[in-house]
Design a protein around this ligand. Structure first.
Ligand code: NAD
Length: 380
């Protein structure tokens, strides 16, 4: 019998080409006056920051525009100091998952010590997320920060709390037109991975499954078009919608071995998040094929693979092979050695893999360090 439970956050979600212009009205609606903007250097170069700032007129805006990938903990400290000094009443994350993650981390720290007795009461320090990639963080109660544990070792720490979910998610496909092909491909595959791991998640629910399957349809159709022609606004809009649906799914379910491995590769080996997604996803699907064949078969169908009398397990393998080919066609790396990960790192990566909450939540358990090493070596 079906049984599920999940928390949702009350959010305002706005989606449409040109809708970045709605930001001043949103600020007025909520009565936010002093803003702290977290963003990254590329968005300075392509004028997105100036476009947002110029629409804000007289409002006080403090800016941190140096967000680095995977949100190093030192940057949270730096940004937090600016935010405190600015006495902001809202934190805006403009950019990819890292800039939005930094905004969430700052908001979380600013709110630490506040009396949150009731999760549905929301954060004392709200955030607005304006995504410019397909990472989906704008919809989720999650953020990750990379901690330097010693001179040589780093580890990504993730936090999940429904109060971290941005109060406003403002989607404007125009802000994604300049995303270069490689970043489009890698963050598009990240969105696809949210959908795929949501469908086979141990904590899946009717909303997450419906949202993820629609997301797979949109992303599989629009992503190759956007990589080929970044200025195609129709495809950009479709892909961003797919990323939104991936974020909706991700918000209410636990992820599995794919995401756990991605975080370990990012935090410990410095592999960019989207690139790690491209390498790991087919392996994660193969790994899980005998544990969740029915769910992977549905994923194959969402990609348009006909049944032709095949069993769920055969369809599950077909889904993994199809995703490998899909990523190959996007011209993305598919092996760890291609992105400079050294084989000697495998035992350390494997140990961190076994500590990952997402790996612990995978539908098929990773039974030992040796199994983790074998899984990683399979993608080396
Ligand atoms: P990113 O945020 O690290 O950005 C990658 C690069 O793209 C940066 O150099 C950035 O400046 C640039 N960029 C962003 N938008 C651009 C644009 N429109 N044009 C040109 N350049 C642009 O990468 P990402 O893939 O968006 O996010 C990855 C991070 O997000 C990881 O840390 C990951 O763990 C996290 N993440 C979090 C969640 C969540 O729910 N909390 C979900 C997915 C990913």
């Amino acid at each position: 019998m079906t049984r599920f439970s999940y928390d949702t956050a009350a959010q305002k979600v706005i989606f449409g080409a040109g809708d970045n212009k709605l930001l001043p009205g949103i600020l007025d609606e909520f009565g936010w006056q002093r803003l702290f903007l977290c963003t990254s250097p590329h968005l300075r170069k392509n004028d997105s920051i100036d476009m947002i700032l110029s629409s804000l007129g007289e409002k006080d805006v403090a800016v941190f525009d140096q967000t680095a990938s995977h949100v190093p903990e030192a940057q949270v400290v730096e940004a937090l100091a600016i935010a405190r000094e600015s006495a902001c009443d809202v934190v805006i994350g403009l950019g990819g998952g890292s800039a939005i993650g930094l905004a969430k981390a700052v908001s979380y720290e600013l709110s630490a010590g506040q009396p949150f007795k009731n999760a549905s009461a929301g954060l004392a320090m709200p955030t607005i997320a304006i995504p410019t990639t397909y990472a989906g963080s704008e919809m989720t109660p999650l953020f990750g920060v990379t901690r330097q544990e010693s001179e040589a070792t780093k580890r990504k720490i993730t936090k999940r709390d429904v109060r971290i979910t941005p109060k406003v998610a403002l989607y404007d496909p125009l802000l994604t037109l300049d995303l270069p092909p490689q970043l489009t491909a890698s963050s598009g595959v990240n969105a696809l991975a949210h959908c795929i791991e949501a469908v086979y998640s141990k904590t899946r629910n009717p909303l997450s499954t419906a949202s993820a399957l629609r997301g797979i349809k949109l992303i599989s159709r629009a992503l190759p078009v956007c990589v080929e022609d970044g200025q195609n606004l129709t495809a950009r809009s479709e892909l961003l919608e797919g990323a939104h649906l991936g974020g909706v799914a991700l918000a209410t379910v636990s992820m599995g071995i794919h995401h756990g491995t991605g975080h370990v590769l990012g935090g410990t080996a410095g592999v960019p998040h989207g690139v790690a997604n491209c390498i790991v996803l087919p392996h994660a699907m193969h790994f899980n094929a005998d544990a969740v064949p029915e769910q992977l078969a549905v994923i194959a169908e969402a990609f348009g693979v006909p049944r032709n009398g095949r069993s769920d397990y055969e369809m599950a393998i077909a889904a993994a092979d199809l995703v490998r080919e899909f990523i190959y066609q996007l011209d993305m790396p598919q092996q760890l050695r291609e992105v400079g990960v050294e084989k000697v790192l495998m035992p350390r990566l494997a140990r961190n893999l076994l500590l990952s909450k997402a790996v612990l939540n995978n539908p098929k358990p990773v039974a030992s360090e040796n199994q983790a090493i074998a899984f990683l070596e399979g993608m080396w």
